[in-house]
Ligand binder design. Structure first.
Ligand code: COA
Length: 171
């Protein structure tokens, strides 16, 4: 399925609320991601995505609709050469290679739009799908911290995957 990364529009709010309101998505994300996810949450999120320059948060979209989100968050202070990558996809679209493609596109974008030399992501130990996405996209597992995360009342390992600008060939 063909997808692109594009800016969020206010007209995306209803589909966003519909796809994001899914415990199977939320259970793999931090508690900042609302669950349940309301139309008001969707509107606030879309508004926030318009405030960054350069753009940090994109919609993953088919020709018809937005089906997921991907964001790059530059770090501060002594960590300012790093940015954290986060993403989720609507459940009906899982397993079609969409996120692997989106992550590679964001990595290329991130290293050209921001003055950073490392992009990292922190999937939970139980999130095999996300780990595979990162490995397919050229990220290396740099660290595993045991049971540092508490999510839905259960401890989770925190995995740190990263990709370095210097290791990327065709930016
Ligand atoms: C994790 C997630 C992003 C994967 O997106 P996706 O578009 O389905 O991933 P892809 O289709 O690109 O899959 C990449 C690889 O992972 C595998 N994979 C995907 N989901 C998997 C799962 N749940 N279990 C095992 N393998 C899985 C695919 O088979 C594929 O492997 P292959 O190329 O060897 O066939 C998606 O399931 C999702 O949004 N989950 C909820 C939110 C989330 O976990 N976000 C990331 C937080 S770090």
């Amino acid at each position: 399925m063909e997808t692109i990364l594009r800016a969020w529009h206010s007209e995306d709010a209803e589909t966003l609320a519909q796809y994001a309101n899914n415990p199977n998505v939320a259970k793999n994300l931090t508690d900042i991601f609302p669950s349940p996810y309301s139309l008001e949450d969707a509107k606030a999120f879309i508004k926030k995505t318009g405030t960054h320059q350069p753009q940090q948060i994109f919609a993953i979209a088919t020709e018809q609709e937005a089906i997921g989100a991907i964001g790059l968050h530059p770090q501060q202070d002594i960590f300012r050469k790093n940015a954290e990558l986060g993403y989720w996809l609507a459940e009906p679209f899982w397993g079609k290679g969409i996120m692997s493609k989106a992550v590679m596109e964001m990595v290329r974008y991130g290293f050209s739009a921001f003055d950073i030399d490392r992009i990292f992501a922190k999937p939970f130990g139980s999130n095999i799908g996300s780990q595979k996405v990162l490995e397919k996209s050229g990220f290396l597992l740099e660290a595993r911290f045991e049971k540092t995360i508490i999510k839905l009342g259960e401890y989770q390992d925190e995995l740190v995957y990263a990709i370095r600008k210097k290791n990327l060939k065709n930016l």
